[in-house]
Design a protein around this ligand. Structure first.
Ligand SMILES: *[C@@H]1O[C@H](CO)[C@@H](O)[C@H](O)[C@H]1NC(C)=O
Ligand SMILES: *[C@@H]1O[C@H](CO)[C@@H](O)[C@H](O)[C@H]1NC(C)=O
Ligand SMILES: *[C@@H]1O[C@H](CO)[C@@H](O)[C@H](O)[C@H]1NC(C)=O
Length: 403
C-alpha cells in the first residue's frame, strides 16, 4: 500500500485522498471484524435449519483463518466480491440450482441475482449505489471520430442534452486530447485504431449492454448540426412511431437518394419517388422503408434486431440500409426521415483515407472497393439465409416476401 508514496509521483491530489480513504476503510473494517467475530458463531447456531439446510461451516472457518493470517485486504475484496455480509456467511447447495430459462450459461444461478442487461451510466466510487445517478440518461449517442474532426464533434455534442450518454469511438488512437472539451470527461471513450462504426457497434453495443436507452444514435463525424436539436428530434420520432430514422439531409449537396433529402413542409416523411425504374414497389427501398447509415437512430427494439444482422467481418455496413426494414413491421410506416430537425452531410473524407496505398492506388480507392465488395457479400448472405430458412420450413421461397 505504501508503494505509490515511495514512488514519489503523486499526480493528482484525489489519488492521495483515495489512498487515505482506503487506509481508513481498511482500519475500520479490521476493527469491525474483530468485534463481529464472536457473533459469527452465534448467528450460525441461531439460523433455523429448515430455512438454511446446508450451512457450510468450513466456509466460515476458512474465511476466518484467512483473516487471522492478516490478509485483511484480500478478505475485504473477496467478501465485497461475493456481496456477503461478514456476519451472515452461509451457503446453499449450489448444485441443486438449474434454471433453464436463465440466460445461456447462467443456469446454475438463482434468477434473482442475474443482471442480464447493462448500461453506460458512470458511477461514483463511494456513497450509496442507489444515489449515484443524478440523471439517468435515456438516450445514447455514439460518434465514430478522429481528432481532426474535434470541432465538428464538439458542436454536435452540444446539441445533445444531459439526457444522453455520449460514447465516442476513436479510430485514430487519440483520446486524452479530447479532454480539452468539458463534456469529454463525462463521455465514454473507446479506442481501437482504424476501425469502422459498424465494427465498434458490433463489439460494444450489444443490445443487452445498451438496454437502458430508449433510442440509440449511431452517427458519423462529418454531420453539420446547426438546424438540429436532439430532444426535439426524439419528440417527433415518438410522435410518428419511427423505430428507425434519420434527420433529413440538406438538399443542395448532391445526394444519392431522394428519400433522405430534407423536405421543407412537414415534420417527417416515410416515402418518396425515385428515378423511373428504381423502385419495384412503393413500399420498398429506396422509395420507402429506407434510411442511410450515416446518421441513423434506432429504437431499443429495432436495435435489438439490427445488431444481430451486423456481420463481424463486413465492417463498412454497406447494404445494411436496404436491409434495415427486415427488423420492423410494417417497415414503410416505422422507418422514416425527420424533416423538422435536419443536418448537413459534409462528406469529409476521414476513415476512407486510413486505408493502405497499394499498387499505385490512393488509400481511399482500396477502401471504396472493399465497401462495394462487402455490399455484394452482404446481399448474398441475406438472400442465401432466407432461401435456407424457407426451404427448411417447406415454403416456396419465390412466393415469400424476400427480395
Ligand atoms: C447437493 O445436491 C446434490 C443433488 O441433490 C447432491 O448430489 C450433493 O451430494 C449435494 N451436496 C451437498 C454438499 O450436500
Ligand atoms: C430530459 O428529460 C426529462 C424527462 O423526459 C425532461 O423533462 C427534460 O426536459 C429533458 N432535458 C432537456 C434538456 O430537454
Ligand atoms: C403463395 O401464397 C399464397 C398465399 O399465402 C397461396 O395461396 C399460394 O398457394 C402460394 N403459392 C405457391 C406457389 O406456393
Amino acid at each position: 500500500m505504501g508503494t505509490p508514496f515511495r514512488s514519489g509521483i503523486l499526480r493528482k491530489p484525489n489519488e492521495t485522498m483515495r489512498l487515505i480513504v482506503t487506509t481508513f476503510v481498511g482500519v475500520i473494517f479490521g476493527f469491525f471484524l474483530g468485534v463481529s467475530f464472536p457473533t459469527l458463531s452465534l448467528t450460525k447456531m441461531n439460523l433455523p435449519t429448515s430455512l438454511f439446510p446446508s450451512i457450510d461451516l468450513t466456509y466460515i472457518e476458512d474465511k476466518y483463518s484467512e483473516l487471522s493470517t492478516g490478509a485483511l485486504l484480500h478478505a475485504w475484496s473477496s467478501l465485497k466480491g461475493n456481496g456477503v455480509h461478514p456476519t451472515r456467511l452461509y451457503k446453499f447447495n449450489d448444485s441443486k440450482i438449474w434454471v433453464p430459462t436463465n440466460p445461456r450459461g447462467a443456469e446454475r444461478l438463482p434468477p434473482g441475482i442475474i443482471a442480464s442487461e447493462s448500461d453506460f451510466f458512470l458511477r461514483r466510487l463511494w456513497g450509496q449505489p442507489s444515489e449515484d445517478l443524478t440523471i439517468k440518461p435515456k438516450y445514447l449517442v455514439t460518434f465514430t471520430v478522429g481528432y481532426d474532426q474535434r470541432n465538428n464533434i464538439d458542436a454536435a455534442v452540444k446539441k445533445f442534452s444531459e439526457n444522453f450518454t455520449i460514447l465516442l469511438f476513436h479510430y485514430d488512437g487519440r483520446t486524452s486530447e479530447w479532454d480539452e472539451f468539458e463534456w469529454s470527461r463525462r463521455a465514454i471513450h473507446v479506442s481501437a485504431r482504424k476501425q469502422t462504426k459498424w465494427w465498434y457497434a458490433k463489439r460494444f453495443l450489444h443490445p443487452d449492454i445498451v438496454a437502458a436507452y430508449d433510442y440509440i444514435f449511431m452517427w458519423d463525424e462529418d454531420l453539420g448540426v446547426e438546424h438540429f436539436d436532439a430532444e426535439e428530434y426524439i419528440k417527433l420520432v415518438r410522435k410518428h412511431g419511427l423505430e428507425i430514422s434519420q434527420p433529413g439531409l440538406e438538399p443542395n449537396n448532391g445526394l444519392t437518394w431522394q428519400m433522405t433529402k430534407m423536405r421543407g413542409n412537414g415534420e417527417v416523411h416515410k416515402d418518396t419517388e425515385e428515378k423511373p425504374g428504381w423502385c419495384t414497389d412503393p413500399h420498398l427501398p429506396p422509395c420507402a422503408a429506407f434510411v442511410e447509415i450515416m446518421a441513423t437512430v434506432f429504437s431499443r427494439d429495432a436495435w435489438r434486431c439490427v445488431w444481430y444482422m451486423i456481420q463481424n467481418d463486413l465492417v463498412h455496413g454497406w447494404g445494411l440500409d436496404f436491409a434495415l426494414r427486415k427488423c420492423v413491421e410494417p417497415a414503410h410506416e416505422k422507418i422514416g426521415v425527420v424533416d423538422a430537425q435536419w443536418i448537413v452531410h459534409q462528406s469529409v473524407p476521414s476513415l476512407g483515407n486510413q486505408g493502405q496505398a497499394e499498387s499505385g492506388r490512393a488509400p481511399w480507392e482500396g477502401v471504396r472497393e472493399r465497401c462495394r465488395r462487402e455490399w455484394t457479400m452482404f446481399q448474398e448472405r441475406m438472400v442465401n439465409a432466407e432461401k435456407e430458412y424457407f426451404m427448411a420450413m417447406g415454403i416456396d421461397a419465390t412466393n415469400s416476401t424476400a427480395r
